[in-house]
Ligand binder design. Structure first.
Ligand SMILES: [Zn+2]
Length: 329
């Protein structure tokens, strides 16, 4: 076996998690092609050196693809079966994925039905927690009743703040995040991808999320990094997504190195694979190739995923022990 093959085998064998995955952004290319034959070739953004001009460029292309497929709960179910099969093929054992409230608001699907459709596709070997992703202005009059109802959806694990970070953080948000926690839901928020460390701090203070999605720019202020650690908040980082979308960031200078070395609980995920052409495995390989992560460090990243996972302690112990065994070989 060559060294490269052995390294790939090590990553494959590691029990892994994916905790930052936009469900609609994980649309399999094969399904997109059924409704949009012009995608016989993958999107241009799958190229390694592709860089989106800005968030609007990314969002416009993503929405165009997503709305072409996700029109019914049946289509969510069909996509979910393929998405979760790919997780199992990569030895991913635990997934957190969020579906977008925008598909309820603008696509006309029923949120409760979408949740049930995704849930019904979960294979027995995979643990999946499903979240509702809500954009900054996602609580208009038509959506208020849906958001209130959603806190009673038994199979909904939690909520996540999505969408353009530079749009105003509206007054309803903090109240809703608090209400979600009172209803037993886990709370996340996107911050620190486009807006800086000040915004991460503001989100921590106002929304008090239990996890931050991205959080990369927290590295710009050591006091924010310290606050993240003090609160025990994990960061669900997506290096390849950031490489192709985040201004000024590439894999070669990615803040995950600084955050990891500072002792922050960082995990790795693919974010929106239909836009970036990536997998969880690609994220580990990229960090090894471009950011100097060793086998032991990749094993620690995998550990972090299970440490933050919404799993009972005995389930965590099983996967953590397996990671430790593989790292010691
Ligand atoms: Zn995201």
């Amino acid at each position: 076996m060559t060294a490269a093959t052995a390294f790939r085998s090590f990553i494959q064998a590691l029990p892994k998690t994916e905790t930052h995955l936009h469900f609609e952004g994980a649309l399999p290319l094969e399904l997109l092609r059924r409704v949009r034959p012009e995608f016989a070739r993958p999107p241009a953004s799958w190229a390694w050196d592709f860089k989106f001009r800005d968030f609007a460029h990314f969002e416009d292309e993503l929405i165009d693809m997503v709305f072409a497929w996700f029109t019914t709960p049946e289509r969510y179910h069909e996509a979910a079966r393929m998405i979760f099969a790919r997780h199992l093929a990569q030895n991913v054992k635990y997934v957190e994925t969020s579906f977008a409230s925008g598909c309820i608001e603008f696509g006309g699907v029923n949120g409760r039905e979408v949740l049930a459709a995704i849930r019904a596709a979960v294979p027995p070997e995979l643990e999946v927690r499903i979240f509702l992703g809500i954009h900054h202005n996602g609580a208009g009059p038509g959506m208020r009743p849906v958001l209130e109802d959603a806190l009673g959806w038994k199979d909904l694990a939690g909520i996540d703040l999505h969408g353009g970070e530079d749009r105003p953080l509206e007054p309803w948000t903090a109240d809703y995040w608090a209400a979600a926690r009172r209803a037993g839901k886990y709370t996340k928020a996107h911050a620190g991808e486009f807006m800086g460390a000040d915004f991460v701090r503001r989100v921590l203070d106002e929304l008090q999320p239990q996890r931050i999605e991205h959080g990369a720019r927290a590295v710009e202020d050591p006091s924010v990094v310290a606050e993240i650690k003090r609160r025990g908040v994990g960061l669900d980082v997506c290096p390849i997504s950031n490489h192709k979308l985040m201004p000024g960031v590439t894999l070669a200078n990615h803040p995950i190195r600084g955050l990891f070395d500072a002792g922050v609980t960082v995990t790795v995920s693919s974010d929106d694979p239909i836009s970036f052409g990536n997998t969880v495995t690609d994220e580990y390989l990229a960090l090894a190739a471009h950011r100097g992560f060793t086998r032991a460090e990749l094993a620690r990243l995998a550990r972090h995923g299970f440490e933050v996972a919404l799993l009972p302690p005995e389930a965590k112990r099983k996967w953590l022990a397996e990671i430790d065994r593989l790292a010691s070989l």
